[in-house]
Write a protein that binds this ligand. Sequence first.
Ligand code: ZN
Length: 229
Amino acid sequence: MSISILEIDRQRLSSVIVSYSTCKVCGYATSDLNITLVGHPCSHCGSPSQGGMLLFKLGVYIMVDLMQEYYHLHPTESRISKALGENQENHLLAIIVFYCSLGEILLENFLTDYMNKISIPDKVQDELLRDISMDKRLGLFRALTGKKFSQAVAELDKGSDKDYQRVVESYINVREKRNKFLHVGNMFIIGKEMVEQCLTDSPILINLFVKLHNVFLVEPVNQIGNENA
Ligand SMILES: [Zn+2]
């Protein structure tokens, strides 16, 4: 990306970093918008497109756009920052909360897609997703895919320039800080640098789940085209 996502203000950030659709035939996810054009051949299975489907649920778009909106909010436009003094930037804390939610939604999105693919009934899915703790969710990931999440991420890191492992480790660190904030209640344990890291990591975190989708949820086909994701 030639321009830092921190500079994107006039265009919705989700339109830049969440533009992934899937082929209705094989399920392959790509950022190539041509997949939404009826008749355009899928780069993975070669089938004429029947119109693409969005890979991610609305919550992913909303979290990304909220992160962007709060980052560009001037302290004087925020009641909490204004109340605490002109140079306070407590409203930036919201970005940490949104980023944590983004990761949780991405993981749930993947788990739901996986369970739909293997036709687990809705009631059972609800039961399996009832516990929202990260440990339980990652346990479900392992039960479904047969792989530990960390192992799947490490395998994707090989031959990639995306640095998924670092982003996942950083995400875990951000979650710990967020939890600590709940007890300490001080913005200073977070800091603007971490907020900006969350924003710049968000496209990589999203791309990680695109890759996981393509590894675990795409129909095997003989005709494999170029990678666009
Ligand atoms: Zn396809």
